[in-house]
Design a binder for this molecule. Structure first.
Ligand SMILES: Nc1ncnc2c1ncn2[C@@H]1O[C@H](COP(=O)(O)OP(=O)(O)OP(=O)(O)O)[C@@H](O)[C@H]1O
Length: 620
C-alpha cells in the first residue's frame, strides 16, 4: 500500500518535472535573448546584494572602528566606503528591476503564443473531444490556467531563481566570515526546512485540487448560463443553485486548505528569521567578548545582515514553490489540451472548384501510376451496410444502406433519437463508422481529405450560429468570394431580405455571436441564405426550417427547391410537409431503416410512415 503510494508520488513528481521542462523550453524558444539577459540580471542582483552586505564587515572594522579611536576623526574615507556599499545595493536594485520587467514582457509573449497554439489545436480536434469535455472547462484553460502560468513566468520563476542564488551566495559569504556561526545558522534552518517541505507538499495537493474544482465550477456555470431560459421555464432555480452550491463548496474547501497551508508558511519563516537574528547577536556577542573564537564586531554586523538575507529567500522560496506547483497544474491542463490527438486525415483525394463553369467541381484522385485523375463531382452518395456507435458499447446505426443518386432529395424521417442526425454526421465524417463503406461518386470517403469532403457539403442546422459582424458578413460566411449582389440574391431566394429590410441598418446591421435581436426563424433564414451562397454540390438540412412559420416556409419552398435543384440533398424534418416531394424517404427506427421509398410508395405500404403522415394530418 505504502509502496503504491510512493510509486504514485514518484509518478506525479515525474509528470511535474516533465511539465516544468516543457514549459522552460517553451519560454526559451519564445525569446532566448530575453531569457539569457534575465538570468544574467538575476545573478547580478543576488551577487551584488550579498557583496553589499559583506562590505559591512570592512565598513565596521576598517572605517568605523578606527574612527572611534581618533580624537579628530576624518570621515572622508568612511563616506567613500558608504558610496561603494551604496553602489553594490544600487546595482542589485537596478538588476532586479531589469529582470522583473523583462520576465513580465517575456511572460506576455509566452501567453500570446500559448493562446494561439491552443486555439489552433482546438480547431483541428475531432468533434468527439467536445462531446467529452464541457466548454466551461476548456474555457478555464484559456483564462485561469493561462493566468497562473503567466504569474509563474513573470514572478514565481525569476523570484525563485533569485532566492535560490541569494541563498547560495549568502551561504558562501557566511562561511567566509565564520564557519561556526554558519553551522549554527544551518541547524536552525534545517529544522525549519522540514516544516516547509511538509507544508508545501500539502498545499501543492490542494492547489491542484483547487484548479480542478475551478474548472468544474466554470463548466457548470457555463452550462447553466446557456440553459438559463430552460431553467426559468421549469422553475429549476433552487435545484440548480443547490448543485452549484455543492461545486462551489468543494472549490472553497480546496482553495481554503491550499491557502491555509501556503499562508501559514510566511509567518513561520519570518519569525524563524527574527529568532535567528537575536540568537546570532547574543551568541556572537558572547563568543566575541569571551574571546572563544576570533569574532570581530564587523563580522557579527555583516553576519547579522546576511542571516536576514538568508532567512528572507527561504521564506519566499516556499511561497514561490507553491505558485510554481499551482501554475504547473495549470500548465499541465494546457499541455493536455495541446497533446490531444488531432483529427486524423489520411485522405489523398482533393476537390477543386472550376471557377469558369459555375457549379462544377472535380475530385482529384491520385492513381497508382502517379497520375491524378479528375472526376466530376456529381454528389452520388452510397452507404453500404454501415454500422456505427458513438461509444464502444452503444451502437446507434445498424446496417444502414442507402443510395442517394446525384440530384436526389433524400429525406430522413423518424422519432427523436432515431439516428437521423447521426447519418448526416457520417457523411461529413465528424465520426468514423465501425464497419461498412460510404462512397462519394464511387470514391470511398475515407480516401477524401476531410477538409475537401466538408468543402463539398453545405450544412444547415437547426441550431444556427451567427458570428459578430454585419448581416452581410454573416451571409457571406458561406462563400468569402461572393459579391454583394450574390448576397442580395441569396437573401432574396431564402426570403431573408424581407426582414433584413426592416432592420435599422439593413444588411449593415451588426449582430453579435448570439444573433442579437434576431428570432430563431430569422437566423434560420440567414443560415439558408448562407448555404445558398456556398453553392456546394451536396446539401444537408437538419431541421433547417423548424423555427420558420409554415407560411414563410411555404414561401421559401420555391427558393429551397431552387437551392436543392441539381444537388444531392439530405433533409431531416419533423414537419412532413417539407419532405413529401422527396425522391427517397428513409424511415428510421432506433437506428434501423424500416421503410424506404417516395411519399406515394410509402403511403401505399400503409406502414410506419403512413401512420406518421396521417397522424400529422389529424394534428394539423
Ligand atoms: N455525440 C454523441 N455521443 C453519444 N451519443 C450520441 C451523440 N449524439 C447523439 N447520440 C445518441 O445517438 C442517438 C441518435 O441521435 P441523433 O441525434 O442521430 O437522433 P435524431 O434522429 O437526429 O434525433 P432528433 O430528431 O432529436 O434530432 C440518440 O440516442 C443520441 O442520444
Amino acid at each position: 500500500m505504502n509502496l503504491d503510494k510512493a510509486v504514485e508520488t514518484k509518478k506525479m513528481t515525474g509528470k511535474r518535472s516533465t511539465t516544468l521542462l516543457r514549459l522552460l523550453k517553451l519560454v526559451a524558444n519564445t525569446s532566448p535573448w530575453m531569457l539569457i539577459t534575465s538570468i544574467i540580471a538575476i545573478i547580478l542582483s543576488a551577487g551584488s546584494t550579498v557583496m553589499g552586505s559583506l562590505f559591512i564587515e570592512r565598513l565596521i572594522n576598517e572605517y568605523i572602528m578606527p574612527l572611534l579611536k581618533q580624537s579628530h576623526p576624518d570621515f572622508g574615507p568612511l563616506w567613500q566606503a558608504i558610496v561603494v556599499m551604496f553602489g553594490f545595493y544600487a546595482i542589485g536594485f537596478i538588476a532586479s528591476y531589469f529582470f522583473t520587467m523583462l520576465m513580465g514582457v517575456l511572460a506576455q509573449k509566452v501567453q500570446y503564443r500559448v493562446r494561439n497554439e491552443m486555439f489552433e489545436h482546438m480547431e483541428i480536434l475531432p468533434i468527439a473531444y467536445f462531446d467529452e469535455n464541457d466548454f466551461g472547462d476548456i474555457m478555464s484553460r484559456y483564462t485561469n490556467d493561462i493566468d497562473t502560468l503567466m504569474q509563474m513566468i513573470s514572478q514565481s520563476i525569476p523570484q525563485f531563481m533569485n532566492s535560490l542564488l541569494n541563498i547560495v551566495f549568502v551561504l558562501a559569504a557566511m562561511i567566509s566570515l565564520s564557519w561556526q556561526l554558519t553551522i549554527f545558522t544551518l541547524i536552525i534552518f534545517a529544522l525549519s526546512i522540514g516544516v516547509v517541505r511538509f507544508l508545501t507538499s500539502r498545499s501543492a495537493h490542494y492547489f491542484q485540487l483547487q484548479q480542478k474544482e475551478l474548472g468544474q465550477v466554470n463548466g457548470y456555470n457555463e452550462e447553466m448560463l446557456n440553459g438559463l431560459k430552460v431553467i426559468k421555464v421549469f422553475s429549476h432555480e433552487p435545484e440548480v443553485e443547490a448543485d452549484f452550491e455543492v461545486y462551489n463548496k468543494e472549490l472553497e474547501n480546496a482553495a481554503g486548505k491550499a491557502n491555509t497551508y501556503s499562508t501559514v508558511l510566511f509567518p513561520i519563516m519570518g519569525n524563524i528569521g527574527n529568532l535567528l537574528y537575536v540568537l546570532i547577536a547574543v551568541i556572537g556577542g558572547a563568543v566575541a567578548i569571551n574571546h572563544i573564537a576570533p569574532l570581530s564586531l564587523g563580522v557579527i554586523g555583516a553576519f547579522l545582515q546576511l542571516s536576514k538575507q538568508f532567512a528572507m529567500p527561504i521564506a519566499q522560496i516556499s511561497q514561490q514553490l507553491n505558485s510554481i506547483v499551482m501554475a504547473l497544474a495549470g500548465a499541465k491542463r494546457i499541455f493536455d489540451l495541446e497533446d490531444q490527438p488531432v483529427e486524423l486525415d489520411d485522405g489523398d483525394v482533393t476537390i477543386t472548384k472550376d471557377e469558369k463553369v459555375k457549379g462544377t467541381w472535380y475530385w482529384n484522385v491520385p492513381q497508382n501510376d502517379g497520375t491524378v485523375k479528375q472526376v466530376t463531382v456529381k454528389g452520388h452518395i452510397v452507404f453500404d451496410h454501415v454500422n456505427f456507435s458513438y461509444a464502444p458499447d452503444k451502437q446507434i446505426l445498424y446496417d444502414i444502406s442507402l443510395d442517394a443518386k446525384p440530384g436526389m432529395k433524400v429525406a430522413l424521417v423518424g422519432e427523436t433519437g432515431a439516428g437521423k442526425t447521426t447519418i448526416s454526421n457520417m457523411v461529413n465524417r465528424f465520426y468514423e463508422i465501425d464497419s461498412g463503406t460510404i462512397t462519394y461518386d464511387g470514391i470511398p470517403i475515407k480516401r477524401i481529405k476531410k477538409d475537401d469532403l466538408r468543402h463539398s457539403l453545405s450544412i444547415v442546422l437547426q441550431e444556427t450560429h451567427m458570428f459578430t459582424g454585419t448581416v452581410m458578413d454573416n451571409i457571406r460566411f458561406g462563400n468569402m468570394n461572393a459579391s454583394d449582389d450574390d448576397v442580395y440574391q441569396a437573401a432574396h431566394l431564402s426570403h431573408a431580405d424581407e426582414f433584413i429590410h426592416h432592420l435599422d441598418e439593413g444588411y449593415q446591421t451588426v449582430i453579435d455571436g448570439e444573433g442579437g435581436d434576431l428570432s430563431q426563424g430569422q437566423m434560420q433564414l440567414l443560415s439558408i441564405a448562407r448555404a445558398m451562397i456556398a453553392d456546394e454540390p451536396v446539401m444537408i438540412l437538419d431541421e433547417a426550417t423548424s423555427s420558420i412559420d409554415t407560411q414563410t416556409e411555404q414561401l421559401i419552398q420555391s427558393g429551397m427547391d431552387n437551392l436543392l435543384a441539381g444537388r444531392t440533398s439530405f433533409v431531416i424534418a419533423h414537419r412532413l410537409s417539407t419532405i413529401v416531394n422527396s425522391d427517397l424517404i428513409l424511415v428510421l427506427d432506433h437506428g434501423h431503416i424500416i421503410e424506404a421509398g417516395n411519399h406515394d410508395q410509402l403511403l401505399k405500404q400503409k406502414g410506419y410512415y403512413y401512420e406518421l403522415y396521417t397522424g400529422k394530418k389529424e394534428i394539423e
